[in-house]
Design a protein around this ligand. Sequence first.
Ligand code: K1U
Ligand code: ZN
Length: 174
Amino acid sequence: MIRDILIHPDPRLKKPCEPIAAVTAEISALASDMLETMYDAPGIGLAAPQVGVMKRLIVMDCIKDGPPEPMALLNPLVLWSSEDLASYEEGCLSIPDQYAEVKRPSSVKVGWMDLNGTQQERIFSGLWATCVQHEIDHLDGKLFIDYLGPLKRQMITRKMEKLKRERARSGSDY
Ligand code: K1U
Ligand code: ZN
């Protein structure tokens, strides 16, 4: 099932999310819906608060060419970050059509629980590293525009407020 993606500004996008205690049928269904919603958007990642669920769950697939590599990460935690930084022009499905360069560690080691309840660990690099950090930020109520200066952030927020007003007026449900 494709779920609606919240658009900034929304208080749910600014709040920290709750850890997941166990993999239940509800959590598995949520992960499946989030992957479907991400591929439909289309995007390379999605975090549960973006669909209004305040739980620590993210999905990702950063493969551009080749067979898909869908991932669902429960309670993801950055265990190590490289000292060297990489700059990437980030976007966000909750901030449509707005992009900005963000500098983040170029590699990170992340630990998480998978949908079988097994603890996993992996070093992410390149686009995967950028994406996993962007998604974990969502779980902590942080958006990529929070890395920008106040003027740029305010300009983007005003554009999103206008977009939401227009969508509400036209009765659009996306
Ligand atoms: O979390 C999100 O809002 C999803 C976001 C993830 C992301 C993008 C870029 C850098 C870091 C994290 C997106 O997927 S935005 C859409 C996007 O990047 C994309 C869309 C279609 C094809 C390829 C990329
Ligand atoms: Zn985002």
